[in-house]
Structures are given as structure tokens and as C-alpha cells.
Design a protein around this ligand. Sequence first.
Ligand code: GLU
Length: 473
Amino acid sequence: MPDTVRVRFAPSPTGSFHVGGARTALFNWAFARRHQGVFVLRIEDTDRSRSTEASIGQILEALRWLGLDWDEGPPTPGYRQTERFEIYRAHAERLLGEGRAYRCRCTPATLDVLRKEAQALGQTFRYPGTCRDADVPASESHTLRLKVPTSGQTVVEDAILGTVSFDNDTLDDWILVRSDGTPTYNFCVVVDDVTMKITHAIRGNEHLNNTPKQLACYAALGYSAPVFAHLPLILAPDRSKMSKRHGATTVEEFRDQGIPREALINYLARLGWSHGDREILSPEEIAAHFDLAHVGKAGAVFDREKLLWLSLEWIKVMPPERLAAELEPFLARAGLPVPADRSYVARVADSLRERSHTLVEMAEQAAFYFRPPPAYDSQATAKFWTAEAPHRYTVLIKRMQSQEAFDAASLEGLYRGLAAEMGLKLVDLAQLTRIAITGKTESPPIFQVAALLGKAETLSRLEAALAAVEHRR
Ligand code: GLU
């Protein structure tokens, strides 16, 4: 391992920020943390027509939300490629001066003809090197091309994939600088990785084919290349490329679904990387143990059920205050009045944490804590609103009015006593109460719920249920 590990996450801000990008960011972050290295964030915005500020904003926000803090990068200037054109120009001039790159006057029209000829013969087009030795003067309109070896092999020793060889006759003298003076993508990546002293390039598999091209550029510049590590693709359950039609794919969508950051990080870490048979790993544990040796080579299938399971596990153990803070926006979004008293929300969340896979689900399940049920479940009323129901509600209301202690244990005592007196089972009275309070027959333990709601609210809901059941009969 070199003295200081320096890795980078280098997104192209051309659209929404997908989980594939987030996983690449996570692995780079974890690798840097594991080796006390430096995690650089670089924005690859050379393609001005496709890059947007909105997309950059989304990426930064998602990384912050995930807690993937970077050591170098925006807002410090100099980490966006559009701010680095001088650096690319200087490197291009050096390559030209040293005879490792040359001016090419071939126009797009000429190249198009050659491309079509190659296609007609069923061949892949490769630039034939027309201008390699033509000494094209600077005054002519030109691109700048790299002299690439055309025989032999380029071997990539990938930290994940092992040895990958490319025949050099599949390469050609690719363009470093376009005729309008703008540098090309692969050239910028190489110059950036060199000047940012990147030691390990951990990136998506889709960049493997760029690697031999980039290695030719490192060689021409006289620099050694970083260690490459190409991550397996993330696949949909049918093993096709993950896309919109498979449901949520962006970090923002998962956050909006109420999946805690720890759960998403945990899931993304396990998507391609394993740590023994441990399934549940905190971001800190991932940072302590992450290694490239345990990243799989094969595509990793995105399993939504597993993500939801992890989400539940992380909701279960979240400290109450934080869970409340996380839940509040989802309550507001569900149109529920959020009380100023966070400790109430914390107790509500606590009562639901074993049964909510997401915060969206928790907000739905929590609705009755914030307002009376808007309706009573018809199956529940069909079963429990019998001819005796009005009498039972009336007795419950009367006893409750004189009940002083309103904690769960006292309420249970009250109900047990009453059930015995009336020759009923506890469940008969409990379900009537549950329907009155929540509108349904399933909820967290009902005496806890009533205790949390308080006496006045519990009574008012029992009275409303009594009125409703009388009205029906
Ligand atoms: N900008 C590239 C992307 O967003 C990453 C390039 C690299 O990591 O070398 O896919």
C-alpha cells in the first residue's frame, strides 16, 4: 500500500444520482477510511451540454445525507473539470512538444466516410493514423491525438477482476483535445488522477473498456497508473440493467421512501462486498473492514426485499430522539399535525419501530396518534360491533372517567377487572377499545396506546365510537 491512499469519486453530473453511483462513492469512502487515506470528490462536468447545476446539487446533497464526507472537493475550487482547462491544456502541450501526441486535420466528414466503409465491411472503425507523421501546422483547424501503440497487448491488473488483457490493435490514436480546444473525457480523467495523486481508481465496470486507452495516456505522460478496481454492475432481479421500470433507483427516491441512511449504506455495501456472514453492518464497521479482496466479480442483483428488511432492522435500533426527528417530515407529508413536543413523537415512534419497514410506513401506522380514525374498518365493526357493543362502551367510558392512574399497567388492571365482572374475555373489551382508538383491530399494545394518548383523548374516542355504533343499530 502506498504511503497515503488517495481515492476519488468522480461523478458526471448529467442526471439523477443513482444507487450505482452511491455504491461507488461508498466503496471509495470506505477504502479511504479503512486506510486512513483521503477521499476526493471530483465533478466530471466537461460535457457542458449534459451537465447541470441541479444534478451537482443532488449529488452533494445525497452524499451528505448518506454521511459520505469527502476530504477534498467542492465547494473548494479546482475540483470541477470545467475549472481545470488550463491544467489539461498544459499537459496536452507537453505531449505535443514531446512528440507523443500530434495534430490531426481529418474532418468529421472524412472520418465519417471511413467509419461507413469500415461498417460496410463489418469492421469496427479505428482511426488509421492518417496525420501521425503529417506535421500538421497549428494554423490549420485540428484535433490533438495521442500516439497509441498498435501492436502487443495492454494488461490491466485489476484489484477485483484480476488480469484483464486488451489487444492493442483494437485501440487507435484517440483524441485528447477537440478542434474547438476542449479536452476529451478520457484525457481529463487521466490528467486529474495524475495531478490529484490518486492511488486507486475504484469505479464502475462500465469504465473497464476505457482503461487501456487511459493506460496509453499515463505511459505517454510518463506517470504510473493508479491501481484499478472495477466494481460489478448492479442488476435488476431479471439480471437486466437496473432501470426506472424496476422501481426506485435514485438515492433521493429511497430517502423519500423513508429508508434510513444506515440501511441504504448497509445494503449498498453488501451489494457486491461481503464481510464473513455479517449482514448488518454500520457505516463505521464498513469503514473499519472494507477491502477490495472481498468485492465479487459477478453482477450484483438488487433485492428490494432485503433492503426493506435492513431498513426495518435499522429503524428498530435507532435512538428514539433521532427516530422522532427522522419521522417528523414524513408525518407532515402525510398531512398529520406534528406536535411541538418531540418527546410525544419519540414515544409514538418507539411504539411502532418493530413493525415499520420504512418511515413512510411508520407515518401511515402512526396516524391515529395524531387524529381520531376518519373511519372504522368494516370487517372490524362487523365482527365486534354486536348488539352488546353499546352497553360495553358505556361501561368502559364510565369506569374510565373515574380512573386516576392512566399508565398502561393500570389500564390493563382496569380492563381485566371489568372483563371478569362482566364475564367477558379481555380481548372483547380490548378490541372494542382498539377499534374506537385506531379504527382497526391491529395496533401496538392497546393499553400503551391509550396511555400515550391520555385520558381525555381516549375517552373522546370511546364516546365517538359509542355514538357511531348506536347510530348504526
Ligand atoms: N465520471 C465517470 C462516471 O460518472 C467516472 C469516471 C471514473 O471513475 O474514472 O461514471
